[in-house]
Ligand binder design. Structure first.
Ligand code: ASP
Length: 350
């Protein structure tokens, strides 16, 4: 390990960025972060001293919350040891969830920047090296401090809470439909144009057994078959409802009953925009469901809402704290509603 003024740690989790397809047709993550950084043109000229560590070597659909805690611990260690930022390389399939889960648990000012690649390193026009170069530049930038966890691909810088994978193959798959990117890489330099409204960080988990939170997407003529089956087997549910948060009227009694025992969060399956709290009043409308005790996810995409609800249940948050946290994180009102300290580093127990 070398020491310099601007030390950045690159922590590997696997994914396409590290995958080399072979002649026999196999394609599994195979490259270590050390191998990844060794072939990036321009990286040596950045004036950044790199440290690398492989935390996992997995395709990202197989990552779990234990892996996220492991990479978070490794990132904290590197930051405590003097790194100005951390880059996490991983598969793009689950970046939108992993980055938000990290963001909810990371309270330091130094950036954690998550990146990956849409093309294998051996393919023509491989995007991994450019994404890695950009991510290291962002991680080393003083302008990226206090923004929590960022996602950098295709020369765009996104906030973890907004970013989504929107296409299975496009190089510009990562987008923030509601907020847009926070910034761009211009001539190799990170340019930040936007900020996040506030840091929203959860304390360390208190529960010994992790909660089970499921995501239930409502679809046409849904007769509640899945809803009936998840009943009593989960600690919380995120409902991805039609449009601005509406479900078939027939589901209301079951959702109402379930909301009396576990938190049910109402989100929109549309992929952008917010739950509408007052527009319609028919049975099954968002207004009706919110009156029955469902919690408004606001602008939070169902995948992000599930990450937040699980995190809240990990700290044994009660109904009022869960509702307040979603008000703040979902952009439904004052960000000060967040029940824990928002900016003070070290205010939360680790
Ligand atoms: N399936 C891959 C993964 O998420 C896709 C990627 O890395 O882009 O691991």
């Amino acid at each position: 390990m070398a020491y310099g003024e601007n030390r950045v740690a690159v922590l590997g989790l696997g994914g396409t960025i590290a995958t080399v397809p072979s002649a026999d047709g196999t394609a599994v993550p195979a490259l270590s972060p050390t191998e990844l950084v060794s072939v990036v043109p321009g990286l040596a000229e950045l004036g950044v001293t790199l440290e690398t560590a492989e935390v996992r070597r997995l395709p990202s659909p197989s990552l779990g919350f234990a892996d996220i805690e492991a990479v978070l611990a490794a990132a904290r260690e590197r930051i405590a040891d003097g790194c100005v930022g951390v880059v996490v390389t991983q598969g793009t399939d689950s970046i939108e969830e992993v980055a938000y889960a990290l963001d909810l648990r990371y309270d330091r000012p130094e950036p954690i920047v998550v990146t990956g690649a849409m093309r294998f390193p051996t393919e023509a026009g491989a995007d991994g090296p450019a994404n890695l170069l950009a991510a290291v530049s962002v991680a080393a930038s003083p302008h990226a401090r206090e923004l929590g966890v960022l996602v950098t691909l295709a020369d765009e810088i996104h906030a973890a809470r907004y970013v989504r994978k929107t296409h299975p193959t496009s190089l510009t798959t990562f987008q923030s439909p509601d907020a847009g990117p926070l910034g761009y890489l211009v001539e190799g330099e990170p340019r930040l144009l936007g900020r996040i409204p506030a840091r929203m960080v959860l304390p360390a988990a208190r529960r010994a057994t992790p909660p089970r939170v499921c995501l239930l997407q409502i679809s046409l003529d849904d007769d509640g078959y899945l809803l009936d089956r998840i009943d009593k087997h989960v600690d919380g549910v995120v409902v991805a409802a039609f449009g601005g948060g509406n479900v078939p009227a027939a589901l209301v009694p079951r959702l109402t009953e379930l909301a009396e025992t576990i938190p049910i969060v109402l989100s929109s399956r549309v992929g952008a925009g917010t739950v509408l709290a007052t527009t319609y009043s028919y049975p099954g409308s968002a207004q009706d469901l919110l009156k029955q005790g469902l919690i408004n996810a606001g602008f939070l995409h169902p995948l992000k809402a599930r990450i937040l609800l699980r995190g809240l249940l990990c700290v044994d948050a009660d109904h009022d704290d869960i509702a307040a946290a979603f008000t703040a994180a979902g952009g439904c009102g004052n960000t000060a509603a967040w029940p824990w300290p928002q900016t003070a580093t070290d205010a939360l127990e680790h």
